[in-house]
Design a binder for this molecule. Structure first.
Ligand SMILES: [Ca+2]
Ligand SMILES: [Ca+2]
Length: 419
C-alpha cells in the first residue's frame, strides 16, 4: 500500500534528469499552550530552500505517529493543495490521508502532482494541472484534525518522520509538462509537536498558619490528641513557642484555594533549619484536601530541655517545586517559624519575658498549678509530661525542670533563614 508514493519518488532516479535538488524542511505545528480535551488541529508545513532556481514541490510524503488514545481510523489528513490529491494528483490507494499502520501511525500522508502530464482514463489519475512553485514560501501541505478527547492532562508528543519529496526540475519548467523532477534533501528528520492537555494551571497559596501541634506521649488527662500552640498565631507578631518536654512532631499548613498535587510533595520538598540544631527533613509529608501535614519522629526536633544553650528557633520551608493539583505554582508564604524554648511559659511582649526563662516564668507556672489542667493550661504550662506523675499535672516537677532551664542570655533569636 505504501509503495505507490515511494515508487513515484524513486522513479525519477531512473527516468528523470537529476538536477541539484534543493532542501525541503517539514515542520509540525499545533495549538500553543494548554488545551482542553476534544480536537486539536495540527498542520504540517513545508519550505523549499534555496528558492532560486527551484520549481517547487512535485511530490511529498511523511509518516505521522500520535500518542496512544488518539484514534486514527477516520484518517483525517487533508490538504488545500488539490493538485496533489487523487484524481488530480497521485496518492497511495488509501488516499492523501495516509495508510493506517497499527493504532498510532499513519504511513505516507501526502501525494504527488501530474508532472508526467498523464491524460489517460485508465487509470483515472493523475490528470490535474501542475501548480509550480509550491513551497518556495512556507506552505501548509497537510491539515490533520485529531480527536484528543481521550488524552489525560499533561504533555503528549506527536511526530512526523520518514519525510520525502521531489522537486520540479527548474530546467524543465516553465515550459509545458512533463517536467523532470529530482529527490529533495530532507531536513529535520523527525519534527515533533507537544500538545499540552489541561486547564490553565492555577497557583495555590500557602496560608501562613500552623493548624495543629501534636502532643507528646500517651495522654492521661487530655482527651484530645493534639494541643495548640502557646502563643496565638493571629496576628503572628512572635513565633509560636513549644514550652514542653518532648519536641514538635507534627505541623499542618493550610493551602488555598485548591489542593496540592500529592505526587509533587514528599519529605524532600520540606526544609527545616535552626540556629543551633539542624533537624532532619520530615518523616512524612502528606496532603489531604487543602491541608499539608508534616511529621517528625519524637525528638527529631530538639526542644532544648534542660539545656539552655540548646533552645532554638526553627524555620520550615515548603519548596516551590510543589505544585497545585493542575500544575500551578506554589505561592504565598511558604515558610513558618517556631521556637523551642523549654519552660518559657511567659513569653509575652516584654523583651525579657520573650527571650528568657526566669523567675517571671516560674511565678506564672506556680499560678497555674493544677491536677486537672485545661487544654490551654496543658499547652503552655505542663512542661514535664513523661509518666503519670507528670503528664496532666502542673506541679513541682514542672517547676524543677523550668528552673533548670533558666537562661538570661537571650534564648530566642530571629527566625533563621534556610539556605
Ligand atoms: Ca519567659
Ligand atoms: Ca507536668
Amino acid at each position: 500500500m505504501k509503495k505507490v508514493l515511494m515508487m513515484a519518488a524513486c522513479a525519477v532516479l531512473v527516468t528523470g534528469v537529476v538536477a541539484n535538488a534543493g532542501d525541503v524542511a517539514l515542520s509540525l505545528v499545533g495549538p500553543v499552550g494548554p488545551q482542553a480535551p476534544g480536537t486539536a488541529t495540527l498542520e504540517v508545513k513545508a519550505l523549499v530552500t534555496p528558492t532560486a532556481g527551484e520549481g517547487g514541490l512535485a511530490l511529498f510524503g511523511f509518516d505521522l505517529d500520535v500518542p496512544a488514545g488518539v484514534p486514527l481510523a477516520s484518517n483525517q489528513a487533508t490538504t488545500t493543495l488539490t493538485s496533489f490529491v487523487k484524481n488530480e494528483g497521485l496518492t497511495n490507494p488509501a488516499g492523501f490521508g495516509g495508510t493506517l499502520s497499527g493504532a498510532t501511525t499513519l504511513l505516507q500522508i501526502g501525494g504527488g502532482q501530474n508532472t508526467i502530464n498523464y491524460t489517460g482514463t485508465s487509470p483515472a489519475y493523475p490528470t490535474g494541472t501542475v501548480v509550480a512553485g509550491v513551497g518556495l514560501t512556507e506552505v501548509t501541505v497537510a491539515t490533520i484534525v485529531l480527536d484528543t478527547s481521550a488524552l489525560a492532562n499533561g504533555d503528549h508528543v506527536f511526530q512526523i518522520s520518514n519525510g520525502f519529496a521531489n522537486l520540479i526540475d527548474p530546467a524543465s519548467q516553465p515550459s509545458a509538462p512533463p517536467y523532470t523532477v529530482s529527490a529533495a534533501n530532507m531536513l529535520a528528520g523527525t519534527p515533533t509537536y507537544t500538545l499540552t492537555i489541561g486547564v490553565t494551571p492555577t497557583d495555590i497559596t500557602i496560608v501562613d498558619n500552623v493548624k495543629s501541634w501534636k502532643d507528646h506521649g500517651t495522654s492521661v488527662n487530655w482527651t484530645g490528641t493534639k494541643l495548640g500552640l502557646s502563643i496565638p498565631l493571629a496576628p503572628q507578631t512572635r513565633a509560636p513557642i513549644e514550652t514542653r518536654e518532648g519536641s514538635v512532631t507534627e505541623l499542618t499548613f493550610d493551602t488555598a484555594p485548591i489542593g496540592i498535587d500529592p505526587l509533587t510533595l514528599d519529605p524532600s520538598k520540606v526544609t527545616i533549619c535552626g540556629h543551633v540544631n539542624t533537624p532532619p527533613a520530615p518523616a512524612t509529608a502528606t496532603v489531604s484536601g487543602t491541608t499539608v501535614t508534616l511529621t517528625w519522629a519524637a525528638g527529631a526536633i530538639p526542644n532544648g530541655y534542660n539545656q539552655a544553650s540548646q533552645h532554638d528557633h526553627y524555620t520550615v520551608v515548603i519548596s516551590d517545586t510543589v505544585k497545585s493539583a493542575d500544575g500551578g505554582d506554589l505561592t504565598g508564604d511558604r515558610d513558618f517559624d517556631f521556637a523551642a524554648s523549654f519552660g518559657n511559659v511567659r513569653p509575652d511582649g516584654v523583651l525579657g519575658n520573650w527571650q528568657n526563662v526566669n523567675a517571671n516564668d516560674l511565678s506564672r507556672l506556680i499560678d497555674n498549678y493544677t491536677t486537672t489542667p485545661t487544654a490551654a493550661q496543658a499547652t503552655q504550662y505542663d512542661i514535664r509530661i513523661t509518666g503519670p506523675a507528670n503528664k496532666g499535672k502542673i506541679n513541682a516537677n514542672d517547676r524543677s525542670w523550668l528552673t533548670s532551664s533558666y537562661s538570661t542570655v537571650g534564648l530566642i533569636q530571629a527566625a533563621p533563614v534556610c539556605p
